[in-house]
Design a protein around this ligand. Structure first.
Ligand code: NCD
Length: 354
């Protein structure tokens, strides 16, 4: 199945050169906007469809659009999805009202489904526990500004690595650069999924798993903190080893970059905000420039996009949170891999074991 438009559903939809082009433009735009206004997006309309909670992502997309003199239509909470309208019908209709669609949804693969039916570009603003590629653009843009490299880094990733979609997209992105080493510090029972670990190794990067932040903090160039996704899971384990404090930063490098996609819960004590290595609020601001640059790229280029690599099969994906389990009209696309059949909506490997 092919689409006539360029979409941004998975960070790995584009080669690293394309991301770097986005960052370089984002940097220029950031500098330019310090002194001038821009009307680059005038006469363009963005539809923001957020079926899950959002502060930063929704507002940074809206800010990106209005800063460039574009318009926004927002679905709000009272859409016809509540009347049983399918995602397909919603998207076909919204595409008639807009030039670009931004979607956040609770099911993995929802943005891909939107890209199947939209007659305009679609941006994935987070699909369930799957991916969050524009957060990764924000994270990498911050890295490019503060570290000037994406290679030879030791990256600590702490918190809910199982359900936190931002760490999935981040690891998949940084694995494409040479000599990166990931140190995972997952909260109990919230380990990084196998497919992400396999992806890291397949791309010749490495990872290890440790039990506390302090264990390896002295080796980190970047520390990526994440919160427990309590809206997806009930969680009552002790978090003491997974909280970043002033004390735990004692042995950290002077130029450590502390990142967090936000919102923060208890995983970073507020005292850390004063530390000059805390970059999470600057990171959130950078999200606007990274997104302006992405929107520009997608509005400027119309290109044929192949949406699926595999084939339609008479199988059902075993992931209960896969969009194909909830939107019944969807063809079931799978790719055969060594480990089983990979669902092309949510990337779950179906091997008969779950
Ligand atoms: C993240 C998300 O929605 O996945 N937030 C964001 O977009 N900045 C992280 C989170 O909610 O924990």
């Amino acid at each position: 199945m092919c689409s006539e438009y360029a979409h941004f559903v998975d960070i790995n939809d584009y080669p690293t050169e394309k991301w770097e082009e986005i960052f370089s433009k984002a940097h220029t735009i950031k500098e330019f906007l310090k002194n001038f206004r821009s009307n680059d997006f005038s006469e363009k309309v963005m539809a923001t469809l957020f079926f899950e909670n959002s502060t930063r992502t929704r507002l940074s997309f809206q800010s990106a659009m209005t800063t460039m003199a574009g318009d926004i239509i927002d679905l709000g909470e009272h859409s016809s999805i509540n009347k049983g309208e399918s995602l397909k019908d919603t998207i076909k209709m919204v595409a008639g009202y807009s030039d670009i669609i931004v979607i956040r949804h609770k099911y993995a693969g929802a943005a891909k489904v939107a890209s199947m039916y939209a007659t305009c570009p679609v941006i994935n603003a987070g699909d369930g526990e799957h991916f969050h590629p524009t957060q990764t653009l924000t994270d990498l843009f911050t890295l490019s500004e503060e570290k000037h490299t994406f290679s030879n880094l030791t990256i600590g990733v702490c918190g809910d690595l199982k359900l936190g979609r931002t760490s999935h997209s981040l690891c998949r992105a940084l694995s494409l650069y040479p000599n990166n080493h990931f140190v995972f510090i997952p909260c109990d029972g919230l380990e990084m999924p196998d497919d992400i670990c396999d992806f890291i190794l397949k791309h010749n990067c490495t990872y290890e798993v440790v039990k506390t932040i302090e264990e390896k903090i002295d080796t980190f160039d970047v520390l990526y903190m994440t919160r427990i996704q309590r809206e997806r899971i009930e969680y009552n384990y002790d978090l003491k080893n997974f909280i970043l404090t002033k004390q735990s930063l004692k042995t950290a490098k002077k130029d450590l970059l502390i990142l967090h996609p936000l919102p923060r819960n208890e995983e970073i004590s507020v005292e850390v905000d004063e530390d000059e290595r805390a970059f999470y609020f600057k990171q959130a601001t950078n999200g606007v420039y990274a997104r302006i640059s992405l929107i520009k790229m997608l509005l400027d280029h119309k290109e044929q996009t192949e949406l699926f690599q595999g084939e339609v099969m008479a199988l059902e994906c075993n992931n209960r949170n896969c969009i194909s389990r909830h939107e019944k009209y969807l063809p079931h696309y799978f790719v055969k891999t060594e480990k089983g059949f990979r669902c092309e909506y949510c990337d779950h490997i179906n091997n008969g074991l779950d």
